[in-house]
Design a protein around this ligand. Sequence first.
Ligand code: SAH
Length: 213
Amino acid sequence: MTEEAERKMQFLYALRSKGVTDKRVLEAMEKIDRGPFVRGIFAERAYEDMPLPIACGQTISQPSVVGLMTQALNVQTRDKVLEVGTGSGYQAAILSQLARRVYTVDRHRRLVNAAKAIFEELNLTNITAFTADGSHGLPDQEPFDRIMVTAAAEDPPGPLLAQLRIGGIMVVPVGQSDAVQSLIKVTRSETGFDYDELRPVRFVPLIEGLGQD
Ligand code: SAH
């Protein structure tokens, strides 16, 4: 077996052993190479199941957490998805394999531009990336079938709840920014919102306003 094939097999094995079992999610994660989304000195660690530093003091999430969150979102092929917290663009790229269209926003222009360049390189034409404060959602594009927040909020942001379609699902880490947070799955029904606590996670905080770069 080539080194690359073995690395890929181990990567997928680590995902499965941590509970990522959805076939479509595993296929998407097999197809989208994490390598291009990790730069500089950490590039060689792209295939480890670890969060890694990216520009602007942010992090690319741990692959098994990306897998579990994607699985929890239960994305359907017709779905319009919003991701808040583009970061490296890796999570958006995975979502692009499962959804009709993905909108992703980050408060750092530099991260959005770098992610856009990778999306173009990989020909992921169903992703639109914006520099914006995602805690307000994207009023021009609502409602969304699915919303994934990849930064921790103290509560699920009201504007995001309001932009979720009835029957829609949002996955969001909730809790104090520097402590362990809870990953919450919110389902919107005709009459309100149902909340499911999934697992403890640790994310960088959702911060209001645009970043410096
Ligand atoms: N999903 C990313 C990892 C996200 S790290 C990936 O796959 O690599 C969290 C990101 O949320 C950071 O890039 C941070 O800049 C962004 N963020 C924090 N607060 C935000 C806000 N209010 N609006 C948009 N992005 C925000």
